[in-house]
Design a binder for this molecule. Structure first.
Ligand code: SF4
Length: 495
């Protein structure tokens, strides 16, 4: 067990996530000075970090087996909170890197949007070389990750250049049902089998929310629409038709630059559904295998075969979709480098237009976390070599990286990267990750993100996750939105 002791409640989360990145598999506990009842527990820590704030400085002591092996300090007086946080993280990083003999690919960056930093530096007038130098010196990012962040920031800037994102908005619509629940899932998702009799009621509530959004946002331009979930293609062809007709009636689709539907699970895709979707101006769909290894598909609870993935993809192409994304996850339980290589070969044969590669992140609410004892023997392998293989595969398919984000508890402490062919990148993905545009979200568990003052302030309006609550409390969901959006529109007028 590793512990961190603070004498004040300040920057604990930042230090915690950084220490966790160095010791991903260890239990990590936080203590506060003066907690006499936790003294015994503290003594059980093989490594104990002590962060002490006093007289305008922060000191760091690291004890191993009771012996102090590190002692360091930095000045924090006369600096703003952001600078104080950065200095503290630098000190912790430098000392842990020395102590463990390990550097982390993303250095001391623990937030989820490293490209936002790169983009900010470039927009402040720095050249690519200056921005890279700044990142390496201030955040200790590796050469490879710095180059990746700068490349993506430039690509994002080019992709967003024709979009007047500050004056428009994007719409997210959540369909929270899935054919079965995956082992690692932490989204708002409910098994269709149990909920199928209530899907129409859900759509009725959703339409009320969409009507409110279309009326309230009618003077703003709608740039992108994303229907996600869950798995939107769990809807029957009739329900899909109902949903798309409703959207078409209420929103000005002729001005929308991108309209994505996640066709996610191959076991939810049929010819009829794809044909229904294709009759509407949907520009991009996603068929998500996650892995092309049957053993893993079975283990993670996806009740379909590898052949189903191939068939669903071929069907989507035959229906006429010319922008198909595929999602993969690396670091799945029991998967080795060879398994990932096998998946990549299969994906290359299918030749999607974009590829989104996630590093497995085990969140608290996932079954994989809740029943972790069951999976103790399994390896969760992800490393730079595997990420390089993925990059190589994307390059072979003519794709370049265009968006990137990180999550907490990712295997290998790496990143999620979206690759796309020219003109096939998902603009919505960039807008949401870089927090450049307001995203109004409808549906159970959907989270509206209101972007104020060019991204300097973000406010969220959350819907309840539970489907029954969403249906029965739809008026309340709309009221919450009404209040949030009113402030947003009002501030916009005085910009
Ligand atoms: S398909 Fe996605 S949303 Fe559905 S259960 Fe699996 S991880 Fe969750």
């Amino acid at each position: 067990m590793t512990g961190i002791e603070f004498n004040e409640r300040d920057f604990e989360y930042d230090v915690y996530t950084l220490v966790k990145a160095f010791y991903p598999r260890e239990e990590l506990r936080i203590f506060y000075e003066g907690e006499a009842e936790k003294e015994a527990e503290k003594k059980l820590c093989q490594t104990l970090l002590q962060v002490l704030y006093q007289e305008g400085k922060a000191s760091l002591f690291i004890y191993q087996a009771g012996q102090c092996s590190v002692s360091d300090a930095i000045a924090l007086d006369c600096v703003d909170r952001k600078t104080a946080k950065n200095r503290l993280k630098q000190m912790v990083y430098r000392n842990l890197a020395k102590l463990t003999g390990r550097e982390l690919p993303w250095g001391d960056l623990t937030g989820i949007r490293p490209t936002k930093i790169a983009m900010g530096l470039i927009e402040s007038g720095m050249s690519n070389a200056e921005a890279a130098d700044f990142m390496r010196k201030n955040y200790y990012t590796s050469n490879e990750k710095t180059a990746l962040a700068i490349t993506i920031a430039n690509r994002e800037r080019a992709l967003l250049a024709p979009v007047d994102y500050e004056n428009g908005y994007s719409l997210y619509i959540g369909i929270p049902f899935c054919p079965s629940i995956c082992l690692y899932c932490s989204f708002s998702s409910y098994p269709l089998e149990r909920w199928k009799d209530r899907v129409d009621e859900y759509l009725d509530a959703l339409f009320m929310e969409l009507d409110f959004i279309s009326e309230t946002m009618k003077n703003r331009r709608l740039d992108t629409i994303y229907i996600g979930g869950g798995t939107p293609t769990t809807l029957t062809p009739e329900q899909t038709e109902r949903l798309l007709t409703h959207i078409e009636r209420r929103f000005p689709l002729e001005q929308v630059k991108e309209f994505t539907i996640e066709a996610g699970r191959p076991d939810s895709i049929t010819r009829e559904k794809l044909e229904t979707v294709h009759r509407y101006p949907v520009t991009r769909i996603s068929v998500n295998p996650q892995t092309m290894n049957q053993r893993t598909l079975d283990l993670i609870g996806r009740k379909h075969s590898v052949e189903d993935i191939r068939e669903a993809f071929a069907l989507a192409r035959a229906t006429g979709f010319d922008n198909i994304n595929m999602d993969l996850i690396v670091g799945l339980p029991g998967e080795t480098k060879d398994d990932v290589s096998c998946t990549l070969k299969e994906v290359e044969k299918l030749a999607p237009d974009s590829l989104t590669v996630h590093s497995l992140a085990v969140k608290r609410a996932a079954r994989l976390n809740m029943f972790k004892e069951q999976y103790q023997e399994m390896t969760f392998e992800n490393n730079q070599e595997i990420m390089d293989m993925v990059q190589e595969c994307a390059r072979n398919m003519g794709m370049g990286p265009y968006y990137l984000y990180r999550q907490k508890n990712m295997t290998g402490n790496l990143e999620n990267v979206g690759y796309a062919r020219v003109d096939k990148a998902g603009i919505y993905n960039i807008l949401i990750m870089e927090e450049r545009q307001t995203i109004i979200a409808a549906g159970a568990g959907a989270s509206t993100k209101l972007v104020f003052d060019r991204g300097r302030r973000i406010e969220r309006v959350e819907n309840v996750k539970d489907v029954t609550h969403y249906i029965t409390r739809i008026d309340e969901m709309i009221e919450r939105k009404r209040m949030g959006i009113a402030t947003y529109l009002q501030e916009g007028e005085f910009r």
